[in-house]
Design a protein around this ligand. Structure first.
Ligand SMILES: [Zn+2]
Ligand SMILES: [Zn+2]
Length: 735
C-alpha cells in the first residue's frame, strides 16, 4: 500500500536535555491519548523515549505538538525521530524507567548556539557582545569538552579557566540561564581567539580579508580545525583542493542564513528543520540552478552540502564575510581532523594562509555531521558533531558488546541496556593517525560510560585494522559478515521484528565464501540470515586496483557478455585479457557498486573514482530531472543482457541521462521481483549504494505500491558508518 494519511505508523522520539522530573511523561500520555494513539513513554539514560503508533496524520500532529505544548520547565536540547514498523500496541502507557537509566550518565552532543545567546552576541550593551565562546545550558560544546564523568567543570577542558565573579554568579544561580552551564565564560575570564600570523587587525576581520582575497583560513572550531575558503571563487577552491590533496570529493558550505541557502538550493520544510536543528548538520540539498557558487565546490555530487553557523565563532566570522564559505575538515586528504594548535600548525601549515586559533582545548575530534532528507525523513550520512554520542534505542536488552565497525568510514559502538552508543565518525583506517583515533574512540566510549565489554564484534574481513584490533583484544570475538551487519543495522534502528528481506548493496565486503560481496539479498530474522539472491558474479581484474579504476570492471563485464573484442583499446588490454582468461589476480565479486563503476565507464562519465562512490554519484547526477519508467533487462541479477543493452545505447549515441535512468530503474525492478518471491512483507535497504537518492526513492515507491513496508536508514548511515550498530545487535542476539 502507498503511505497515506490513514496508514498506521510507529514513531520513536528520543528527547535529551532537561526532560526528566518536569512532568514530561504525563504530558506525553495526555497528548497521545487525546490523539487516540497507542504506545509508551519512559525515561532512559539518553533522556525521554516515546513510541507512538497510529494513523500517519495523527502521528504528524503528535510530533508537531510534542515540543510546541511541552511542560514549561522542560528544555529539549536534542531530538531524534525515527518512523518504525508498527508494533500493534493496544493502549498508551507510562513505562517504568529503564534500569540502566541511573547507571549510565547521558553525555550530550555539542549544541548549536541558542537564540538567547545569539541575541547577546549581537547586543553592544551586553557584556558578551562579540564574544566567540558565549554559551548557556541550552547550547554550546558538550561532547568535545568532556574528559570524564560526571559532567562537571573540573572534568572538562574548561577547568583551566577560573570563572570571574559575574560568571560564577550566573553559574550558581538556579534561576539563571547559565546555572551549571559547564563551559560558561565571558571575555574577562574565558577562552580567547587570536590570528596567526597576526597583523594587528581583529582576528576575524583579518580572516575575512584573507578569505575575500582568495586565501585559505584554518579555523579552530568545535570538534577540530576547519579549512575555509570563499565559495564564490573558483581559484580559491581549486587552491584548497590542490593543497589539501582532495582533488574531487565534494566540499561542504557554510551559508550566512537560511535566506541565503534558499538563494542557491531547494529547501523543503523537513530540510529547513534539519538545517536549523540544534545538531546543525551539513544538509545535502538540491541546487536550484542559480549561479554564485564555484562549480568546483560540489564537484561530482548532484547535491550541495550546506550548513548554517553553529557556534558564536562561526556566527561572528560569517558576520564579517556575509558570503558562503567552503568549510571542510582540517586534515590532509582522509586523515583525522586536527584538534590541537600544535598539530594544526604541523599538519595544516602548508595548506592555510592564516590560522584562527583559541585556547579552549578540544577533548576529542568531531567532524561536522552530514544528513539529508530521504522519503520525507531525516537520514544521517555521517554521524558526528551534534549527534555523537547519542545512543540508538533498540528496544531489547543487549549484553555488553563492543562493536569495532568496518575499515572505511569507521565508527565504533557499545551496547548498554536497550541502547547502542555510537562513536563519532572516525574515518578510514588506512593511516597510523586514523588507527590511533580509532583506539582513542574505543577508550573514550568505554571510559565515559564506565563500560567493560564482555564480547567484541568485528567484521569477517581478516585484514581490516578493526578486525585485527578485535583479534588482539584478548576478549571473545564474534565475526559478523559485512552485509549482514548492514541489513541488521537497518532492521535494528527501524524496530523490525520477525523475518525481513535485507537488501545489502555496496562497493566491497568480505563474503562468507571468501569472495567480494556487494549485491546481496538476505532473508533474515534476528541473528539468522540466508543469502537468497545476489548479483551474478564477475571478475575484478587487478583486484584492489579495480576499486579505483572503474574501467577494469567495465572491461570485465563486457568481455564476459560480448567477448574480447568488446574490451576497448587501452594500453593495458593484453594484460587485462590475460587476467580475465586465466583468472589471475582477478577475484570474483557480486558488488553492485562495481557494476555502477562499469556502467559509468561504458557511458564515458568516469573511468576512475577519486573517492569511494564517485562514479555512482556521477551516474545518479546524470539523470537530472529526467522521469522515465524505461529499464534495462536484469533477469535474476544477470547483468549480461543489461551490459549488452548499455553497449548498444552507447553505440547508438543515446542520451546519457536516459542510459543512467534505465540502469537505475533496472536495479529497482530487480529488488521488486526478489521481494515478490521472498514471501515477507518487510524490506530493509542498506549499504553505501543506498546513499543514491534516486535509487532509494524509486525502489521504495515501487515496493510500497505493491504493499511492502520499506525501511531505510534514519539515525545511522547506510554506508559503513552504520555497521557497528548491526555488529552490536547481531553479536548480542547470538550471545
Ligand atoms: Zn545559549
Ligand atoms: Zn566571566
Amino acid at each position: 500500500m502507498p503511505v497515506t494519511e490513514d496508514t498506521v505508523v510507529r514513531a520513536r522520539v528520543a528527547l535529551g536535555g532537561a526532560v526528566q522530573g518536569v512532568g514530561f511523561r504525563p504530558f506525553v500520555y495526555r497528548l497521545a491519548t487525546e490523539l487516540e494513539l497507542t504506545g509508551w513513554v519512559c525515561n532512559s539514560s539518553a533522556g525521554l523515549v516515546v513510541e507512538a503508533e497510529g494513523a500517519s496524520a495523527r502521528i504528524d500532529a503528535f510530533l508537531e505538538r510534542l515540543e510546541a505544548e511541552m511542560p514549561p520547565a522542560a528544555v529539549v536540547s536534542t531530538r531524534e525521530t525515527a518512523i518504525l514498523a508498527p508494533a500493534g500496541f493496544r493502549a498508551f502507557e507510562i513505562r517504568s524507567s529503564d534500569e540502566d537509566a541511573a547507571k549510565v550518565a547521558g553525555v550530550l552532543p555539542d549544541l548549536a548556539t541558542c537564540p538567547a545567546c545569539l541575541k547577546e552576541l549581537s547586543d553592544p550593551s551586553n557584556r558578551r557582545y562579540g564574544y566567540p565562546f558565549t554559551n548557556c545550558t541550552l547550547c554550546g560544546p558538550r561532547y568535545t569538552i568532556i574528559e570524564d564523568i560526571p559532567y562537571d567543570r573540573p572534568r572538562t577542558t574548561m577547568r583551566a579557566f577560573a570563572m570571574c565573579p559575574e560568571c560564577r554568579r550566573e553559574y550558581t544561580d538556579p534561576a539563571d540561564r547559565r546555572f551549571h552551564a559547564q563551559p560558561n565564560a565571558c571575555p574577562r575570564c574565558g577562552p580567547r581567539i587570536w590570528a596567526q600570523p597576526e597583523n594587528g587587525d581583529a582576528p576575524l576581520r583579518q580572516a575575512a580579508h584573507v578569505l575575500r582575497t582568495g586565501g585559505i583560513v584554518a579555523l579552530k572550531g568545535i570538534g577540530g580545525f576547519q579549512l575555509l575558503a570563499d565559495a564564490r571563487q573558483e581559484g580559491a577552491v581549486a587552491r584548497l583542493r590542490s593543497r589539501k590533496h582532495r582533488e574531487e570529493k565534494p566540499f561542504a558550505l557554510m551559508m550566512p542564513s537560511l535566506e541565503r541557502v534558499r538563494q542557491y538550493c531547494h529547501v523543503s520544510g523537513a530540510e529547513e528543520q534539519l538545517l536549523t536543528s540544534r545538531a546543525a548538520p551539513i544538509v545535502l540539498l538540491r541546487p536550484n540552478g542559480n549561479d554564485g557558487i564555484a562549480p568546483n565546490v560540489a564537484g561530482s555530487s548532484p547535491y550541495l552540502g550546506v550548513m548554517l553557523p553553529y557556534s558564536p565563532l562561526h556566527h561572528l566570522l560569517i558576520g564579517e564575510c556575509e558570503f558562503p564559505i567552503v568549510a571542510t575538515s582540517g586534515n590532509l586528504s582522509d586523515e583525522p581532523i586536527a584538534t590541537t594548535n600544535e598539530e594544526a600548525c604541523a599538519r595544516l601549515g602548508q595548506i592555510a594562509d592564516l590560522f584562527v586559533m583559541h585556547d579552549r582545548p578540544i577533548a576529542r575530534p568531531c567532524d561536522d555531521s552530514v544528513a539529508r532528507v530521504v522519503r520525507s525523513r531525516e537520514s544521517v550520512v555521517r554521524r558526528a558533531r551534534g549527534f555523537a554520542p547519542l545512543p540508538v534505542y533498540v528496544g531489547r536488552d543487549l549484553p555488553k558488546v563492543l562493536a569495532v565497525g568496518g575499515h572505511l568510514k569507521n565508527t565504533v559502538a557499545i551496547a548498554a541496556g536497550k541502547q547502542v552508543f555510537l562513536s563519532q565518525h572516525v574515518g578510514d583506517l588506512d593511516t597510523p593517525e586514523a588507527r590511533q583515533a580509532f583506539e582513542r574512540a574505543i577508550d573514550d566510549l568505554c571510559r565515559l560510560y564506565r563500560f567493560q565489554p564482555e564480547v567484541v564484534a568485528c567484521d569477517l574481513h581478516p585484514d581490516y585494522a578493526s578486525t585485527r584490533w578485535a583479534q588482539s583484544s584478548g576478549l571473545p570475538v564474534v565475526e559478523i559478515q559485512h552485509h549482514h551487519a548492514h541489513a541488521a543495522a537497518c532492521a535494528a534502528e527501524n524496530g523490525i521484528e520477525g523475518p525481513y528481506l535485507g537488501v545489502s548493496w555496496d562497493g566491497t565486503g568480505y563474503g562468507t565464501d571468501g569472495t567480494v560481496w556487494g549485491g546481496e539479498f538476505f532473508l533474515a530474522e534476528g541473528a539468522q540470515f540466508e543469502r537468497i539472491a545476489h548479483l551474478r558474479p564477475f571478475r575484478l581484474p587487478g583486484g584492489e586496483a579495480a576499486v579505483r579504476e572503474g574501467w577494469r570492471s567495465a572491461a570485465s563485464v563486457q568481455w564476459e557478455a560480448m567477448g574480447p573484442e568488446a574490451v576497448g583499446n587501452r594500453p593495458e588490454r593484453q594484460v587485462l585479457l590475460r587476467m580475465l582468461e586465466r583468472g589471475i589476480n582477478a577475484p570474483w565479486t557480486t558488488s553492485v557498486g562495481r557494476l555502477f563503476d562499469a556502467v559509468a565507464s561504458m557511458t564515458g562519465i568516469a573511468q576512475e573514482s577519486r573517492f569511494e562512490g564517485q562514479a555512482a554519484m556521477l551516474l545518479e547526477r546524470e539523470i537530472g530531472e529526467l522521469a522515465t519508467d524505461e529499464s534495462y533487462p536484469l533477469p535474476d541479477g544477470d547483468w549480461g543482457p543489461l551490459i549488452e543493452a548499455v553497449h548498444q545505447d552507447v553505440t547508438r549515441g543515446e542520451a546519457t541521462a536516459r542510459i543512467a535512468a534505465r540502469f537505475h530503474n533496472a536495479l529497482a525492478n530487480w529488488i521488486v521481483r526478489v521481494a515478490g518471491r521472498a514471501g515477507v512483507p518487510r524490506v530493509a535497504l542498506s549499504g553505501g549504494v543506498f546513499q543514491n537518492g534516486y535509487l532509494v526513492e524509486r525502489t521504495a515507491t515501487l515496493l510500497e505500491a505493491r504493499g511492502f513496508q520499506v525501511y531505510t536508514h534514519q539515525r545511522v548511515p547506510p554506508n559503513d558508518g552504520g555497521i557497528a550498530l548491526g555488529q552490536a545487535v547481531i553479536a548480542a542476539l547470538r550471545g
